[in-house]
Ligand binder design. Structure first.
Ligand code: NAP
Length: 282
C-alpha cells in the first residue's frame, strides 16, 4: 500500500509554476491575476479562500479577494462579475460556493466569462468537457487524474467506480476517467447494493461528503482509492474523508489521505487554470 500525497505533488507543481511565472513580467508586461469572490463568513469557505490566496503568492501570481456580507443582492454580485469580466488585467474569476440561498448559483456561474472561468463550472465549459472540446477543466477532477498519472497508475481498461454525481466532482471526474478509457460506473444515493458496486472497482473515487462512509468491505483487494470528501470526524472533531482510512488502507495498492490528498491538488489546478487563462490571452 502506498499513500499518494497530493501535498507533495502540488508543492512540486507549484514550484515549477513559480519558475514559469518569474519570466512573465519581462515577457508579457504583467502577471496573471485571480479574483476570488467570497460572500459571507462560513468558516470552511474563509479557509478555502485563504488557502487559494496563499497558493497564488507561492506561485507568484496576483490575487484579489473580494469579500461581501451575506446580505449582498444577486444583482450587486452580478455587477461585480461584469466589472471583473471587463477588466483586462483579471484572468480568472472564482466565486466561492456555496452562496446564500437568495442568490442563484447557476445564474452567477453563468455570468462569469467562459474564458475566465477558472473553476471550469460554466455551462459552456461543462459542454466542452462532455463534447471533448478544448476547455478549462474543473480543478478537483483535473487534480485527481494528475495524481493518478503521477504514480503511473494505469487507468485504461480498469473498472472505475465514482461514488457521487455532483457537477463539481462526481460527474466531471467520471468523464475524465472515461476519456482515459476506464470503464466507469457512477454510483449515488439511490444506487442499490452500493457495497457490491464499490467492491468491483479497480479505481474507487469517493465524493459524497459523509465521514468515513466507505468501509473495508466496500473495497477490493489491491484497489486504488481516491478520497475527495472533506468532513469533520464526529468523534474527534478532526478533518476526515469519506473513506474510513484506517480500516481501508491495508487493502489498497494506492490511497489518498484527508487532509493532504485531493485538497492541495484542487488548489494547485486552480492556479494552473489561472495561468492557462492568462496564457491563452497572450
Ligand atoms: P454534493 O454536491 O453534496 O454531492 C454528493 C453526492 O454524493 C451526491 O451525488 C449524492 O447522491 C451522493 N451521496 C450522498 N450520500 C450518499 C450515500 N449515502 N450513498 C451514495 N451516494 C451518496 O457534494 P460534492 O460537492 O460533490 O462534494 C463531495 C465531498 O467532496 C464533500 O465532502 C466536499 O466537501 C468534498 N470536496 C472536496 C474537494 C477537495 O478539493 N478536496 C472539492 C470539492 C468537494 P445523490 O445525487 O443521489 O443525492
Amino acid at each position: 500500500m502506498k499513500i499518494i500525497s497530493g501535498k507533495e505533488l502540488s508543492d512540486k507543481l507549484k514550484k515549477n509554476m513559480a519558475v514559469e511565472t518569474a519570466t512573465f513580467e519581462s515577457h508579457f508586461g504583467r502577471l496573471p491575476k485571480l479574483a476570488v469572490i467570497l460572500v459571507g463568513n462560513d468558516a470552511g469557505s474563509v479557509s478555502y479562500v485563504t488557502g487559494k490566496a496563499k497558493a497564488c503568492a507561492e506561485v507568484g501570481i496576483l490575487n484579489e479577494t473580494i469579500r461581501y456580507e451575506e446580505t449582498i443582492s444577486e444583482n450587486e454580485l452580478l455587477q461585480k462579475i461584469a466589472e471583473l469580466n471587463a477588466d483586462t488585467t483579471t484572468d480568472g474569476i472564482l466565486v466561492q460556493l456555496p452562496l446564500p440561498k437568495h442568490i442563484n448559483e447557476k445564474t452567477v456561474i453563468s455570468a462569469i466569462k467562459q474564458e475566465k472561468d477558472v473553476d471550469g463550472f460554466h455551462p459552456l465549459n461543462t459542454a466542452a468537457l462532455w463534447s471533448k472540446t478544448d476547455c478549462i477543466l474543473p480543478c478537483t477532477p483535473k487534480g485527481i487524474i494528475k495524481l493518478l498519472k503521477s504514480e503511473n497508475i494505469e487507468i485504461a481498461g480498469k473498472n472505475a467506480v465514482v461514488i457521487g454525481r455532483s457537477n463539481i466532482v462526481g460527474l466531471p471526474v467520471s468523464k475524465l476517467l472515461l476519456d482515459e478509457n476506464a470503464t466507469v460506473t457512477i454510483a449515488h444515493s439511490r444506487t442499490k447494493n452500493l457495497a457490491e458496486v464499490a467492491a468491483n472497482a479497480d479505481i474507487l473515487v469517493v465524493a459524497i461528503g459523509r465521514p468515513k462512509f466507505v468501509t473495508a468491505e466496500m473495497v477490493k483487494n489491491g484497489a486504488v482509492v481516491i478520497d475527495v470528501g472533506v468532513n469533520r470526524d464526529l468523534e474527534t472533531g478532526k478533518l476526515c474523508g469519506d473513506v474510513d482510512f484506517d480500516a481501508v488502507a491495508e487493502k489498497t495498492s494506492f490511497i489518498t489521505k484527508v487532509p493532504g490528498g485531493i485538497g492541495p491538488m484542487t488548489i494547485c489546478c486552480l492556479i494552473e487554470n489561472t495561468i492557462e487563462c492568462f496564457l491563452r490571452k497572450m
